[in-house]
Design a protein around this ligand. Structure first.
Ligand code: FAD
Length: 339
């Protein structure tokens, strides 16, 4: 009762990375709240799935294994979670801000009248004093996210309704194994108990999935280009630099909007969050919506004509100059020196 729950998502037979990231965050929250961390997995052919979840610190793993639960459809998943949450009364429930999470989260929160904060960038525990009502709320979930076009960082709370629900994008939280031998309890979800015939009305007859062609999230070196690259042709030079460095190419939103790169390369608040060992920002000003997605890179090199560009404030090395002068030199000398 009143525990922290993570609704886990299946991704091609495995627990999705975003769910493992949320379990890691959920463990910290549960420790602060001095309660248990519980995970919920719904799907089919889930035998042994708990062994991939326990190492992240889950005390309980609820498993609902049924042919009706894979592939994902809204109604049965929502019905089971609503029913289970009414019984178990979690105080916090976290989901990935994925297609599934964005579909499921609002369904559950509206059925339970709980409220939901989408796309949180941080989650913390804290108190809140309602001076008007003369009431102090202890240990609330601070659901932190940029608001008003990124101009403010809002802390959103949900004092009275439970669960306090939040979605978080993949890559925003860090995933970390707590203990490879951590063991908890497995509980079987009695799927049929929660489902009505009308929950099974939608049948998936055919399913086509297009896998992302780029893998910037897992790349240890990223060469990212912004509007300062000037044209799509200039932007293409970044692929040459990425080639010699063994890197992946990322882009700012302005570069994507200008047609220099596809959206799946966009880094930032409305793109991917990355934490590479090296991030080379080429012609990127470094607005907060961009740095939200790359600010935790281990090392940042900024190339910009403007020596006062905001990106320089978080950069470890700043090269002030024209991208089209500097990048060809980087390619030339890297090739020369790595022979
Ligand atoms: P600019 O801000 O135009 O900067 C171009 C930079 O290039 C400048 O610093 C300039 O000095 C430099 N430059 C120009 N010419 C050269 C040259 N020849 N050589 C070297 N340097 C040069 N942005 C994101 O990136 N990701 C997001 O996910 C994202 N989400 C957003 C969400 C919301 C709700 C909003 C409102 C905005 C979002 N943005 C996002 C947009 C963000 O606010 C910025 O507009 C964007 O990041 C700017 O991209 P940029 O730095 O490439 O372009």
């Amino acid at each position: 009762m009143n525990n922290v729950f993570v609704i886990c998502e299946m991704d091609e037979g495995k627990i999705a990375d975003v769910s493992l990231e949320l379990l890691t965050k959920g463990r910290t929250l549960a420790d602060t709240l001095k309660c248990k961390l519980e995970a919920l997995v719904l799907g089919h052919k889930l035998k042994g799935i708990e062994s991939h979840i326990f190492p992240y610190g889950a005390d309980v793993v609820h498993i609902g294994d049924d042919p009706h639960l894979a592939p994902y459809t809204t109604l049965p998943h929502a019905a089971i979670i609503n029913g289970l949450f009414r019984e178990l009364k979690p105080q916090v429930a976290l989901l990935g801000a994925t297609t599934m999470g964005r579909d499921l989260g609002p369904r559950v929160s509206s059925a339970l009248f709980s409220g939901l904060t989408a796309d949180c960038t941080a989650l913390e525990i804290g108190d809140h004093e309602d001076k008007k009502a003369g009431k102090v709320y202890k240990n609330l979930l601070y659901q932190i996210r940029p608001a008003f076009g990124g101009n403010i960082v809002a802390t959103i709370i949900n004092p009275d309704c439970r669960p306090q629900m939040a979605t978080v994008r993949e890559g925003v939280m860090k995933k970390a194994i707590l203990d490879a031998n951590y063991k908890g309890e497995v509980k079987t979800v009695e799927v049929s108990k929660y489902l009505k015939p009308e929950d099974l009305i939608v049948k998936v007859i055919e399913r086509h999935m297009e896998n992302s062609r780029v893998n910037i999230k897992n790349s240890s070196i990223i060469v990212a280009g912004g509007y300062g690259m000037g044209s799509k042709e200039n932007f293409n030079l970044l692929y040459d630099l990425a080639d010699v460095l063994g890197a992946e190419v990322g882009a700012s939103r302005a570069a994507v909007d200008a047609g220099y790169a596809d959206h799946d390369r966009q880094i930032g608040q409305t793109g991917v969050t990355v934490r590479p060992k090296l991030y080379i920002a080429c012609g990127i000003s470094g607005q907060i919506q961009h740095t939200a997605g790359m600010g935790e890179s281990a090392m940042v090199i900024a190339i910009n004509t403007d020596s006062n560009a905001p990106i320089n404030r978080i950069a470890d090395y700043v090269i002030t100059g024209e991208v089209m002068d500097i990048i060809p030199k980087m390619i030339k000398y890297y090739k020369k020196n790595s022979k």
